[in-house]
Design a protein around this ligand. Structure first.
Ligand SMILES: [Mg+2]
Length: 371
């Protein structure tokens, strides 16, 4: 089998606002083959930039576009395709947008391989290790502690057993932070897990002090308190903190994650399959976490492609603890992709259909595609 085309599909809502919501502006990747099998992937990054990285024509050695690089390759040799994409973009790639774009192609190749062999992707990763995966929902902190409390109550009413609040008013003063944490913990009760996403607004000294103060509210983890490049700061914080520190949604390739764990000392890493280099990278990174006794929990806040791929990954991963589950509203998260596992009492079950078991809704595609 040979790849005949890598096709980027850019979709965009008419009104894209500057909020932390990856479901407003979306880049899908469809990989075509000479056997008539198509695979679907996704890139969660700057869609215009990554679309250009796919479409860029032949250039000098090691600076081609991904469509040019992939045509004629065997899609079933996913590792070989990944290595070729990495090597042939290395003059402008290695990190950043080129790796994000490679993630979309890599995901589509896993989908193709599953369809070609008639197996769900979790089977390609060694088989089902979990019947279902515990989901955690993530949402921004409310503007006031009352709104945060109400949001937490809604999640409890919807059977979620773990909720992450982040960004918004959090991180500025301890007095405000304490009120939001109190409201969230009160609504969640003692049994449910609370995670906190700080949104890289502190330095290491502030984070050490605030983590100590947060201990009575028992957050399961404290996410991205520092800027992603402050590896030394993470090293100090992770040594000092009695809470688990999480990061990694901004990182790509096994090289970044090795550094995060070995130099930064992170307790929880959060690779994103549509960003970090695809399922190929994320699977390796989760094995590295396992060897080091760290938790690996997928970051996932875009379309059903990312969601389905993350659930397949965790279904095959022995040490799976949670999958992030995006409950944002809007047509690109709710209607664009069919076949995405829904939540049953706060858990998601991977589909047994070949590949990721998903399909694109052509009507939604036509309505929002950017040409
Ligand atoms: Mg985050």
């Amino acid at each position: 089998m040979k790849i005949t085309k890598v096709e980027p599909l850019h979709l965009r809502l008419p009104d894209v606002r500057e909020i932390a919501d990856g479901t407003q502006d979306v880049l899908l990747v469809r990989v075509h083959t000479d056997a008539g099998i198509e695979g679907i992937g996704e890139v969660t990054s700057q869609s215009y930039v990554c679309k250009a990285i796919i479409e860029a024509p032949r250039s000098a050695k090691r600076r081609h576009g991904l469509d040019e690089i992939c045509r004629g390759l065997d899609p079933l040799d996913i590792e070989g395709c990944w290595r070729t994409m990495y090597d042939q973009t290395i003059r402008y790639g290695r990190r950043g947008a080129a790796i994000h774009a490679i993630s979309g192609v890599d995901l589509a190749l896993w989908d193709i391989k599953g369809k070609a062999l008639g197996k769900p992707v979790y089977e390609l990763l060694g088989g089902r290790k979990h019947e279902k995966i515990r989901a955690y929902a993530s949402v921004l902190f409310g503007d006031t502690p009352e709104v945060t409390g109400r949001l937490a109550e809604e999640f409890v009413a919807n059977d979620l057993t773990a909720v992450k609040f982040g960004w918004g008013p959090f991180g500025k003063t301890w007095d405000t932070d304490r009120k939001h944490l109190e409201a969230a913990r009160r609504a969640l009760g003692d049994e449910k897990e609370l995670m906190v996403d700080v949104g890289h607004v502190w330095d290491a000294d502030t984070a050490i002090e605030r983590c100590q103060r947060m201990e009575p509210f028992r957050p399961f983890w404290v996410e991205e308190p520092l800027t992603p490049d402050d590896i030394r700061g993470y090293g100090r914080l992770c040594d000092a903190a009695n809470l688990k520190i999480a990061a990694g949604e901004a990182d790509v390739t096994t090289i970044d994650f090795e550094r995060l764990m070995d130099e930064g000392g992170l307790h929880v890493i959060q690779p994103d399959v549509a960003f970090a280099g695809g399922l190929s990278v994320c699977w390796k990174v989760s094995q590295m976490a396992r060897e080091r006794g760290r938790l690996c929990v997928p970051h996932c806040f875009s379309t059903g492609v990312n969601q389905a791929a993350s659930i397949h990954w965790m279904t095959a991963y022995e040490d799976a603890k949670f999958v992030e589950y995006c409950l944002a509203e809007g047509p690109l998260i709710r209607d664009l992709i069919g076949g995405v596992p829904s939540l049953e009492a706060g858990y998601a079950t991977a589909s047994d259909r070949p590949g990721f078991g998903i399909e694109i809704n052509d009507e939604v595609l036509e309505r929002f595609i950017v040409r």
